[in-house]
Design a binder for this molecule. Structure first.
Ligand code: ATP
Ligand code: MG
Length: 439
């Protein structure tokens, strides 16, 4: 026997028994974002490496350590580690700035980061996210945060906590940066290598460090005093106050976290995260913020923008398993031609129907029906000769006969049935079937 080839470290199959929860996350995204005027965009999974170097920033872990980069035809390409840069590229390339603002886009799909795999951290993972272009007012910030919460609510996760901060603009951050560098300098030698590397280039990012000894330094009173101070200019300050006031008036619970700076270089003003206490150390479900300079940085017209991304594996870990994968009907018969004819008719009526193809004995087929379906239709010799079928409710074991010739009546009564994936759907389908067959 040949050696088995295994799935790569940090990647996972999403198996058929787990797929229902993914369908639920995807369906909820389409529903909630469409309702708020967002349109889906699908950008390629690989892009020019330079897009991420310029668009995510060369002081980030993503660009420094985590990118899957490869050469093809003398071009450097990278599997997307996140999707904001790709969406911005597409926005610029397709002239979307000519559309009336705001331009609202959403996406879902796999992302790739070369990280140490652990619970809640994979090398191929999935994100669902939104981006809004063209609005600098804080009402946009409020809307995107509300949309994240509405999406989580739709999934049955209404109680996650929002953390909020403002990074100000390049102008007001300048003084804060200088002050932070000055107060941290005496502790330079005790910082981790990552923090040392970022010290001059992007000192704000230090606050994001997860290293315990660095965290202890940031907790020192003289450093806390700097971190907690309000450094924002009047414009940035007003923006943040207005956002908080919108959220307060809409009864959104949030916490100000001055250490929240987010991993990416492009953010300005509003940054936020949504966390769950039930996820252990990788507890961030959603991360987002405003990135008013990115479009210009990537060659577009100056365009304010804001967005967020959620990790779908982390969402899936919070959601209950869904087991509604039973068929509506399993046809039990030895006559393949009559079975195929019946199965065709039932599938055309939107019923999920299957039958035996392995040549199993009648009793075995019935056993399979009991395991995999809500109803069995028995099409034995008697039934075929007498032109009727036997319908068996596999839950109650009730049985009834139904003339095959009257199936058209059954068809017309059930034709308009629209399928969804909820348990109510199963229930209503069952009663529909029952009444269709006069049970
Ligand atoms: P973290 O602090 O967990 O590394 P991040 O700041 O790198 O997160 P973002 O780039 O903001 O993450 O991505 C948004 C969301 O995507 C995160 O909140 C998380 O839910 C998810 N995510 C990020 N990296 C991974 C990963 N390697 N595996 C699974 N989910 C991830
Ligand atoms: Mg990360």
């Amino acid at each position: 026997m040949s050696e088995i080839i295994k799935v790569q470290k940090g990647t996972k199959d999403i198996l058929p028994q787990d797929i229902a929860v993914w369908h639920k996350m995807e369906a909820a995204a389409l529903e909630i974002f469409t309702r708020a005027g967002y349109k889906e965009i699908r950008t390629p999974i690989f892009e020019a490496t330079e897009l991420f170097q310029r668009g995510v920033g060369d002081t980030t872990d993503i660009v420094n350590k985590e990118m899957y980069t490869f050469e093809k035809s003398e071009r450097s390409l990278t599997l997307r580690p996140e999707n904001t840069a790709g969406v911005v590229r597409s926005y610029i390339e397709n002239g979307m700035h000519k559309l009336s603002a705001p331009v609202k886009l959403w996406y879902k799909g796999p992302m790739f980061r070369y990280e140490r795999p652990q619970a809640g951290r994979q090398r191929q993972f999935h994100q669902v996210g939104i981006e809004m272009f063209g609005i600098k007012e804080p009402s946009a910030d409020a809307e995107v945060i509300l949309l994240a919460l509405n999406y989580l609510k739709q999934l049955g996760l209404p109680n996650l906590s929002v953390e909020l901060n403002t990074l100000g603009c390049a102008k007001c951050r300048k003084e804060f940066r200088a002050l932070l560098i000055e107060t941290l300098r005496p502790h330079y030698e005790k910082l981790c290598e990552d923090c040392k590397a970022r010290f001059e280039k992007n000192p704000l990012r230090l606050l994001d460090c997860k290293n315990e000894s660095c965290k202890a330094i940031f907790a020192l009173p003289e450093i806390q005093q700097v971190i907690q101070s309000d450094f924002t200019c009047p414009d940035c300050s007003l923006h943040f106050e207005q956002l908080k006031s919108y959220l307060d008036n809409l009864n959104v619970n949030y916490k100000i976290n001055k250490l929240l700076v987010r991993g990416l270089d492009y953010y300005n003003r509003t940054v936020f995260e949504i966390k769950s206490e039930n996820l252990g150390s990788q507890n961030a479900v959603c991360g987002g913020g405003r990135y008013d300079t990115l479009v210009e940085q990537l060659g577009g017209e100056p365009t304010p923008a804001i967005g967020w991304a959620m990790g779908m594996e982390r969402l899936a870990a919070l959601l209950p398993e869904i087991n509604n994968d039973k068929l509506d009907i399993y046809v039990v018969s030895d006559n393949k031609l009559e079975t195929l004819k019946l199965v065709e008719r039932l599938r055309a009526l939107n019923y999920n129907v299957d039958f035996d193809m392995a040549g199993k004995k009648f009793v075995k087929q019935l056993e399979k029906a009991a395991k995999t379906a809500h109803f069995a239709i028995i099409l034995g010799e008697d039934e075929i000769n007498g032109e009727y079928l036997t319908l068996k409710n596999l839950k109650t074991a009730e049985q009834t006969q139904f003339p095959l010739t009257n199936l058209s009546d059954f068809e017309s009564r059930t034709y308009k049935f629209i399928s969804t994936n909820s348990s109510e759907w199963i229930q209503s389908k069952l009663s529909m079937l029952a009444s269709g067959f006069g049970m």
